[in-house]
Design a protein around this ligand. Structure first.
Ligand code: AVJ
Length: 319
């Protein structure tokens, strides 16, 4: 049995750049906070809770597709693989993929260092012969994969329709960097949420128990802790609605009064009813997604969808 290995690589962006990124958004008109700031430890836990909600169908639908089609994926991918996971959320999905394709190496990439390393160590305990190289980095930016994996065929894994967080132009840009990272002949297994009845989407982002609202508001707690901000969460309300023209669910935090918050020493003013944009979650027709993937240098090998065409799994090859 091959001896496993665990080696951590840190490319965490420096704090000054992150602070200026946050302030740029909060000084823009309209104001925005990038969705990556949802995922501190508490945010990752809240998202975990969202995936178990009746209304939030994407995770369970994708898990069913993985369960059903991973044997075919394994047959198509072959051996001598390195799985590169963009954003290491819960390990439910990656465990299914690791079990199905038995790669030589696994490279999880995530911006939340504690969450990343903790998840990777648990996987190393359960898969001691696997070479695991966690990389702390912003996966939306180009990065060097660990050189020790260069002799292996790269398979990118981007589940959950997190591709939906990118603006269409940025989505093909991101997939282009993934294509460069996996290289010619490399592959990408990606989950994509489909366009559907707006009521279903509305309910998925406005769940009865208010978990999504807590997840959305938690971004302010994250900024309070990390950037000495002074946000009063009780002075903002969760808003989520479908933008028909753009084809995406949009989330906002609405200011319940005129107010001022300090962020990393800078003052930010909010008017009554002013909205801060926190996330776009684009929904796709298959041809729309394949056009974006094609622009990025990927060809479709397979597409699998659930019986209601609510969610699709694509296996792409870098050409
Ligand atoms: C993890 C980005 C795919 O957009 O559906 C869940 C995050 N936002 N509920 C999504 C999310 C609100 C989720 N992604």
């Amino acid at each position: 049995m091959q001896q496993g290995e665990f080696n951590f690589f840190c490319h965490e962006p420096n704090k000054a750049d992150v602070v200026s990124e946050v302030l740029t958004g909060l000084n823009s008109n309209p104001k925005f906070i990038a969705p990556k700031f949802f995922y501190d430890q508490r945010g990752s836990e809240l998202f975990e809770a969202i995936t178990e909600l009746d209304e939030y169908y994407p995770t369970r639908t994708e898990m069913r597709l993985l369960g059903k089609h991973l044997p075919e994926v394994a047959g198509l991918l072959g051996k001598n693989l390195c799985v590169v996971e963009y954003g290491s959320g819960s390990s439910m999905k990656i465990r299914k993929l690791l079990e199905a394709v038995s790669p030589e190496a696994y490279v999880p990439i995530d911006i939340s260092q504690a969450h990343l390393v903790e998840n990777a160590q648990v996987l190393f305990r359960d898969y001691p012969s696997l070479r695991i190289y966690p990389v702390c980095a912003d996966f939306s930016q180009p990065l060097q994969l660990p050189a020790v994996t260069q002799d292996l065929r790269k398979v990118g894994f981007f589940p959950g329709s997190s591709i939906g967080n990118f603006e269409p132009g940025d989505a093909s840009g991101f997939l282009g960097t993934v294509r460069d990272e996996v290289g010619i002949g490399g592959a990408l297994l990606i989950g994509v949420d489909r366009k559907k009845n707006v009521d279903i989407l509305h309910d998925a982002y406005n769940d009865r128990r208010g978990i999504t609202a807590a997840f959305n508001l938690n971004v302010l707690s994250h900024l309070n802790e990390r950037f000495d901000a002074t946000f009063d969460l009780a002075a903002f309300s969760h808003q989520a609605r479908y933008n028909e023209q753009a084809g995406c669910m949009q989330m906002f935090l609405r200011s319940c009064r005129d107010q001022v918050a300090h962020v990393a020493g800078s003052e930010v003013t909010f008017c009554l009813d002013e909205e801060v944009h926190t996330e776009n979650s684009y929904k796709f027709h298959p041809d729309e997604f394949l056009a974006i993937a094609g622009d990025a240098g990927f060809a479709a090998l397979r597409m699998w969808s659930d019986e209601q065409d609510w969610f699709s799994l694509f296996l792409l090859e870098a050409v």
